[in-house]
Design a protein around this ligand. Structure first.
Ligand SMILES: [Cu+2]
Length: 122
């Protein structure tokens, strides 16, 4: 009985590590500034690159997502604040036009929120 409990606890720690700690460690803090109203984002190795996108103006931003990760988990990108949900076919570039945004920080993520990125509008 004790051994079963210990295995259970070990599994819980493993899951916590996998979903939060491992992803956090892998996260690369990069930011891209707006150029020509378009920003390219690569979906690969558990992260969006760049994962933090700084936008200094409020109009006409298009994000170009290219998914290189075959994991089905990466196949959808969701912008909950704008009710945007887009499928990302493998190795194709998908353009997502963003609405005019107020200042603030907006999250975008995959379905299970393992991939996570932020738009920072200043
Ligand atoms: Cu996912």
């Amino acid at each position: 009985m004790l051994i079963i409990n210990l295995v259970g606890i070990a599994l819980i720690f493993l899951i916590v590590w996998w979903f939060w700690l491992y992803t956090a460690k892998n996260e690369r803090k990069m930011s891209a500034n707006k150029s020509n109203g378009e920003i390219s984002i690569i979906v690969q190795d558990g992260v969006y690159q760049p994962s933090t996108i700084a936008l200094s103006t409020l109009t006409g931003t298009t994000l170009k997502f290219t998914r290189k990760d075959p994991s089905p988990c990466a196949a959808t990108v969701i912008f909950p604040d704008f009710e945007i949900s887009e499928e990302l076919p493998l190795n194709k570039t998908i353009e997502i036009a963003l609405p005019i945004m107020e200042k603030g920080k907006y999250v975008f993520h995959c379905q299970m929120q393992m991939y996570k990125g932020y738009l920072v509008v200043e």
